[in-house]
Design a protein around this ligand. Structure first.
Ligand code: IMP
Length: 181
């Protein structure tokens, strides 16, 4: 059995749903891993996977993700969780108020650890920051993120999120690796 170590139930649900379709059942381990301070999603995820593996000693993965806004030099990036707690979605919308370039990307890095070591899988989802909150589905920045080519936010259209999100794309790479494709 493969274990997903996360304290975020949304991340677990999205991942379990996707991996089930690829015949990879997963188990949820609710363990808080210390998060190192870094600009690199890979470094943070790999560090957390190493920490978790030392304790659990079973094949597992963790995921580190965040939102990078182009006009804000990729802020909040690896500080997405902290930023959301401090200034919320309204704070982000205020920062973006007079900014025309609303391009942003979500990034997801999965770090898989087993007895052989750590392997990472990275993916992104490009879009724009909405001008107001739209939708209440999902979590985090979902109500303000509109993927490129669509008009609804992830917070409005969860099916869309489960089709093309950064997490789903990273999971696709991970599933191919596990299934030996
Ligand atoms: P971490 O990966 O636990 O460090 O947290 C990442 C943070 O980025 C989350 O708390 C969310 O605020 C944000 N985030 C990551 N993925 C998503 C997503 O799929 N939708 C919305 N926000 C996300």
């Amino acid at each position: 059995m493969l274990h997903f170590v996360t304290t975020n139930k949304h991340k677990f649900q999205e991942s379990a749903l996707f991996l089930k379709k690829h015949s990879i059942p997963i188990d949820h381990i609710y363990l808080e891993c210390p998060e190192i301070r870094s600009d690199s999603f890979e470094e943070i995820a790999a560090n957390a996977a190493e920490y978790a593996y030392k304790r659990i000693k079973k094949p597992l993965f963790v995921e580190d993700s965040g939102l990078c806004i182009k006009a804000l030099q990729s802020f909040p990036g690896t500080f997405s969780s902290w930023t959301l707690k401090k200034i919320g979605l309204d704070g982000i919308l205020k920062l973006m108020k007079s900014i025309k370039n609303r391009e942003a990307e979500f990034i997801s890095v999965i770090a898989y650890c087993n007895e052989k070591g750590i392997k990472t899988f990275k993916a992104n989802c490009i879009g724009t920051i909405a001008v107001r909150l739209m939708g209440i589905k999902g979590f985090g920045y979902d109500p303000i993120f509109i993927p490129t080519g669509y008009t609804k936010t992830f917070g409005q259209d969860f099916k869309l999120k489960n089709k093309l999100s950064h997490r789903v794309k990273a999971l696709e790479k991970f599933a191919s690796y596990l299934n030996g494709d």
